[in-house]
Ligand binder design. Structure first.
Ligand code: XMP
Length: 244
């Protein structure tokens, strides 16, 4: 089964379109422990989990074994948000370690290119039934300085959206704040490929609007982690996209 299908399947089973960005900060020594405890509290209300350098750097793969174990037990796809962007040999070694450490997908930068960049990474992911998700339009203000640059007549993000389709990647990351871009990317991808959208809450985007525009999965971090009740916040977010 392809990763995109597994993510959609998890989303249906858990009644949630939310991937939790598990960006635990504060004292480094206890980050994994606090991540596990939050995950245990909210795992039933998530579509998946995304880990970034906030956890990967201080904890490493071994330190994240507990997080990976909870995700595997609960059937929650675990995404490594490392925005992979190197030459093939390094990319392949990186994904082997991540997939071997319990991660189900990586986020990669299409700017790397296919030939000697990501082609073998995507092929290896398919072989292992793991995923590769490509950055198409990021959620911070500076995204327009790069992803919106015109290449000939069209913006770079449209070129990247076609690469998701033509390279047979599992999906695209598109900012939740850029609704028109979500619509354009949705029209470009194959229907089975997923759109994941960060930039919700803290960064100003709204999950329901993104989903209405064509996003499959919303990525949410601080809005849940810093909430007085992460569970109540998740309930609210899940309800907001139920009818979208
Ligand atoms: P917040 O706290 O803003 O966290 O909900 C969002 C999470 O997603 C990451 N992020 C992105 N990841 N493309 C990505 O691949 C993006 O455009 C993007 N914008 C935010 C961010 O690092 C955090 O983990």
């Amino acid at each position: 089964m392809r990763f995109a299908e597994r993510l959609r399947d998890s989303s249906k089973r858990h009644g949630s379109r939310i991937v939790l960005a598990l960006d635990i900060t504060g004292p480094q020594a206890t980050r994994a422990e606090r991540a596990e405890s939050l995950l245990t509290e909210v795992s039933g209300s998530l579509a998946g989990v995304k880990v970034n350098f906030q956890l990967l750097l201080p904890q490493g793969l071994q330190g994240l074994a507990g997080v990976a174990k909870i995700c595997a037990r609960e059937g929650l796809p675990l995404i490594a948000d490392i925005k992979l962007n190197d030459i093939e040999s390094t990319n392949l070694e990186t994904v082997e370690m991540l997939y071997g450490g319990g991660f189900d997908a990586v986020i990669a930068n299409p700017f790397t290119g296919h030939n000697e960049g990501l082609s073998k990474v995507i092929a290896r992911a398919k072989e292992l039934e793991k995923g590769v998700i490509l950055l198409v339009y990021m959620s911070h203000a500076g995204a327009e300085e790069g992803y919106a640059l015109k290449v000939g007549e069209e913006p770079m993000y449209m070129m990247f959206a076609r690469k998701v389709r033509d390279w047979d990647a599992d999906g695209a990351i598109v900012s939740a704040k850029s609704l028109d871009i979500i619509k354009e990317v949705r029209r470009t991808l194959n229907p089975w490929q997923v759109i994941l959208s960060p930039g919700i809450g803290f960064q100003g985007g709204e999950a329901d609007k993104a989903v209405k525009a064509g996003t499959d999965i919303a990525i949410v971090g601080r809005t849940i982690i810093d909430a007085k009740s992460p569970q109540a916040m998740l309930r609210e977010l899940n309800l907001s996209v139920t009818d979208s």
